[in-house]
Design a protein around this ligand. Structure first.
Ligand code: F6R
Length: 601
């Protein structure tokens, strides 16, 4: 939800800011802007649209060694040029970029307007430069920034530049901000890919941190101005990982990256038929009585997958959409383990659910892709899924790595929780896991998804059904399809089709029947009920599955243990969505109205 970047060095900042914004566009892409300071005031350039629109609009690269930039996902006000960041005070002396939501902006705006400040946008952000400017009348800039930040209620990561000052001022509370330590320059950004081309040395800032960057120094303090020490980390993502490479879209690159991402997820975690999780050694969960998963969207589907495996070992388990936590959570106490499943580690709904669970006494575990993310830092433990950077807004490789990670965590739980039973064939299951990356490769080389997408592209709607572990796969197949094609797609537990949705079925509504475990007989029967009403069945199953004979089309799933078969089926469905969206000429990596990291509730 909005990407921010700041850069200070000895040479011009604009080029680096624009490249950084392109790498952050997955966080929002409805308007963009930069501001630079070059000793003759602050110059702001912004536009509605994407970073490419901003670049086309700039006839020249503005000069100045200190700069900030922003790419927006609108919350307050439509995506117009006026609402694009950076925002300035009335005189244009202070420019600010902001990620987050200022809850008390309406009161602050009224107070500032009464004092003569002139507002030009509908945004909550605009109060920040006006506040800084107001306080600068009596205080040095750094103290004015600190006072402004203390006045704000809500969440923010902000970066500000000020006329004629060779400095960037920044602060964070509730929205991510990372400091990048280059050789000749410093960076601040919402996420590491913004500056990965220049440095892999980073400091993850924490809530309450205030940062001042100068060309040859930086200082991190708390709100009172006391210096604070933060560890420096080295990120192990390759800059190559952040680009599209030979692929037309990040999504395709990321689908095709799954043999590697899955191998990384598994590496060193399965030894001699046993699970070995570095951050969660044997005995980690002996105090756990029950487990609740909290997650949103695709991560929720991964959680449904993991929860089924956990239930099989007799552990009481609930899966809660994080935004529904208040009404959906059962009793919580110190025997509850709350597992937050979130690729970004920043999703506001999930963060709030974790905080509420912790307040009620639960132990918390983050299963996430992003080291140092807010949910990882706030949880008692973290397990990283190691999928590498995912830029396409539609989650693909993170889903498969989440599901595998949760399967491994569920085995650790089954072994540790005193009243749990390990499933009978755990060794066979873990052994077949090591074949998963190769089997994904096989699908990528042999898939019929592109042809099928062409065959069915003119349909009125697309239904996805599955039972047991096939159910979350059906839900995820439909979510991916609607998200990037903008076509009507729904996923159902197969037995539910006849309880209402069947009314929508016609000869123009193909039904993708995921038969990869669970009661596939039920899925086949319900698919045939739809076929009787004219629908085509697309079987997503192993070649020898009986559903194939009944179906009009087939997406093949290599033979594997039933626990992993659904993940292979999901790769086929990712490919169908991708090719369908490509045929429809959709902006696959940046579907309308969406953003990769949703940091508002
Ligand atoms: C769909 C998608 C979203 C996210 C959801 C949660 O392709 O990516 O549904 O899964 O917004 O995001 P995280 O996993 O970052 O918490």
């Amino acid at each position: 939800m909005c990407g921010i970047i700041a850069r200070i060095g000895s040479d011009d900042a604009a080029d680096t800011l624009l490249t950084g914004l392109e790498n952050l566009e997955y966080r929002g892409y409805d308007s963009a802007g930069i501001a630079v300071q070059n000793g003759s005031g602050v110059k702001v350039h912004k536009t509605s649209g994407e970073v490419s629109d901003l670049k086309s609009k700039l006839n020249y690269l503005p000069t100045g060694n200190v700069g900030i930039g922003h790419t927006r996902w609108s919350t307050h006000g439509p995506p117009t040029e006026e609402n694009a960041h950076p925002h300035t005070d009335s005189a244009g002396d202070v420019a600010v970029v902001h990620n987050g939501v200022i809850d008390n902006y309406a009161e602050l705006r009224t107070e500032l307007a009464e004092k003569g400040h002139v507002f030009r946008s509908d945004t909550d952000t605009e109060v920040i430069p006006h506040l800084i400017n107001e306080y600068r009348e009596e205080l040095p800039t750094e103290a004015a920034v600190r006072k402004a930040v203390e006045t704000l209620e809500g969440s923010y990561a902000i970066a500000a530049i000020v006329e004629d000052e060779d400095r960037v001022y920044a602060a964070r509370k509730g929205s991510p901000l990372v400091l990048g330590l280059g050789t000749d320059d410093w960076f601040l950004a919402s996420d590491v890919p913004a500056f990965l081309d220049y440095t892999d040395e980073v400091i993850y800032l924490e809530d309450g941190d205030v940062v001042v960057l100068e060309p040859d120094a930086y200082e991190i303090t708390d709100l009172e101005g006391e210096p604070v020490h933060r560890e420096t980390d080295t990120v192990d993502w390759d800059p190559e990982d952040a680009g599209k490479g030979e692929y037309a879209h990040y999504m395709k690159k990321e689908i095709h990256g799954q043999p590697t991402s899955l191998a990384n997820t598994i590496e060193g975690r399965v030894e001699d038929g046993e699970v070995d999780l570095e951050s969660l050694p044997a005995g980690s969960f002996t105090d756990v009585d029950e487990v609740q998963f909290v997650a949103c969207g695709t991560s929720y589907h991964a959680a449904l997958y993991g929860a089924q495996l956990l239930k099989a070992s007799g552990i009481r388990t609930e899966v809660i959409r994080a935004s529904e936590y208040d009404s959906a959570s059962g009793p919580v106490d110190e025997g509850t383990l709350t597992i937050a499943v979130t690729q970004s580690g920043e999703t506001a709904d999930t963060l709030q659910a974790v905080r509420k669970a912790a307040e009620r006494g639960a132990r918390t575990l983050a299963v996430t892709n992003v080291v140092g993310s807010t949910i990882a830092r706030e949880s008692d433990d973290a397990m990283y899924i190691r999928a590498g950077p995912e830029v396409g807004v539609a989650a693909t490789k993170t889903f498969s790595s989440q599901a595998v990670s949760l399967a491994l965590v569920s085995q650790r739980l089954a072994a540790d929780v005193p009243h749990a039973d390990q499933v009978d064939d755990v060794e066979a299951m873990l052994e077949s896991l090591t074949d998963l990356p190769e089997q994904v490769e096989e699908i990528l080389e042999t898939t019929d998804a592109e042809r099928l997408a062409k065959q069915y592209i003119d349909s009125d709607a697309f239904f996805f059904i599955g039972n047991g572990l096939g159910h979350p796969v059906a839900l995820e197949g439909a979510l991916k399809f609607k998200e990037i094609t903008y076509e009507h797609a729904e996923g159902f537990a197969s037995g539910q089709l006849k309880h209402g949705p069947l009314a929508l079925v016609t000869e123009r509504t193909p039904v993708f029947a995921v038969c990869t475990g669970g009661d596939d007989g039920k899925t086949k029967t319900n698919a045939i009920e739809a076929q009787t009403r004219g629908a085509s069945i697309v079987a997503v199953s192993p070649d020898d599955h009986p559903v194939v004979d009944a179906a009009e089309a087939h997406l093949s799933v290599p033979d594997t243990h039933p626990v992993w078969a659904g993940l292979l089926a999901n790769v086929q469905l990712q490919l169908v969505s991708y090719y369908a969206a490509d045929l429809l000429d959709r902006p696959i990596d940046k579907p309308r109205n969406l953003a990769k990291s949703v940091t508002v509730e």
